[in-house]
Write a protein that binds this ligand. Structure first.
Ligand code: HEC
Length: 321
């Protein structure tokens, strides 16, 4: 019993670490909601209340990206990459009895919110296309935020896939969830989905994978790592036409199972860490020309096999150690 608890704790921990190490903070989804709730009442466009004109406190508006970049009457409040040079961050970590502590009234930011704000600034304070209020926006203001948002190559790729699919029906989503799958859009309001079984990897067998087939058109990322699936499960995975990223780490899949995946035309990332896969399996993978990254650490593949795979797919990165 105690062993199970320990394993679970270790697992949850690695899961969290992986998230904070990889996923970039999404401003609109993760930061804007608490700024709006806890800051914007005092830091928004001028308005009139009971015949009195109200100005934003310290001349600082937090209701638009261009306004946040512009700063307060005292100058900039945000320095991309440097939370310690950003009063928007420094003010929320000041002791509560400090006059400059923010919010000066009302509910404080939680530890999680403060951590998100910090990480977002560290990552470059990317507003991801969010503009917010355009009231009072200087004409022709060409700040970073008002320039048309240039998506990264991967976003463009997803945008193309997004056009091909409709959002999944609620009933189909419920079927997948009933099989134990956690389903989330890859980004806000996208019909493309990310699926994992992280809440019950030891219960996720081949029959559970069948449970996600009703939403197969929309799945682009699938994490089956550490589940108890076998090669039979891969026959179902092979039916996901838009699968871009597949995690099979520490599963029982073998070379024979990988053959089923050769029909996946969009697959770019495949994690086979800690599997029994050998060079024979890599020969099947050589047919998936869309592959860009294959992880083979602690598999049975050899350097020679990896070299052959890399020569079959130009630009492929295959890591074995
Ligand atoms: C109840 C009103 C109120 C709320 C809510 C509030 N502020 Fe303020 N804020 C003020 C006032 C008043 C000042 C001016 C303080 C001063 O000059 O001493 C100020 C000043 C600031 C400044 C300094 C601007 C400068 O350069 O002088 C920053 C940064 C700031 N607030 C950020 C925030 C953030 C972030 C939040 C939300 C977490 C927030 N504020 C919530 C009232 C508020």
């Amino acid at each position: 019993m105690s062993k199970t608890v320990f394993r679970l704790a270790a697992f949850v921990f690695t899961g969290l670490a992986a998230t904070s190490a990889t996923a970039a903070v999404n401003f609109e989804k993760e930061v804007l909601p608490f700024i709006t709730k806890k800051c914007v009442d005092c830091h928004k466009a001028p308005y009139t209340e009971n015949g009195q004109k109200k100005e934003p406190k310290a001349g600082l508006r937090l209701d638009a990206s261009w306004a946040i970049i512009k700063g307060s009457e005292n100058g900039p409040v945000l320095t991309a990459g440097a939370p310690d040079k950003s009063s928007i961050y420094e003010s929320v970590i000041l002791p509560k009895d400090d006059d400059a502590h923010m919010p000066s009234k009302g509910e404080d930011l939680t530890k999680e919110e403060i951590a998100l704000l910090k990480k977002w600034i560290e990552e470059g304070a990317n507003f991801g296309g969010w503009i917010g209020s355009t009231e009072g926006m200087p004409a022709g203001a060409q700040t970073e935020a008002t320039k048309p948002f240039k998506p990264r190559a991967h976003d463009l790729f997803f945008a193309a896939l997004e056009k091909e699919v409709k959002p999944v029906a609620d009933a189909d989503l419920e079927k997948a969830k009933a099989a134990g799958a956690q389903v989330a859009p890859v980004k806000i309001e996208s019909p493309l989905l990310r699926v994992d079984f992280l809440t019950g990897v030891s219960k996720c067998d081949d029959s559970k994978v069948a449970g996600i087939l009703p939403i197969k058109e929309n799945i682009v990322q699938l994490d089956l790592g550490r589940t108890v699936i076998t090669d039979a499960g891969l026959k179902m995975v092979a039916q996901l036409p838009r699968l871009v990223s597949l995690d099979l780490r520490q599963t029982k899949v073998t070379d024979a199972g990988l053959e089923a995946l050769t029909g996946l035309k969009k697959l770019e990332t495949l994690n086979l860490y800690g599997t029994e896969v050998t060079d024979a399996g890599l020969k099947h993978l050589a047919k998936i020309k869309s592959l860009k990254n294959v992880y083979l650490w602690q598999s049975k593949a050899t350097k020679a096999g990896v070299k052959q795979l890399a020569s079959a797919i130009p630009g492929l990165k295959a890591s074995i150690e």
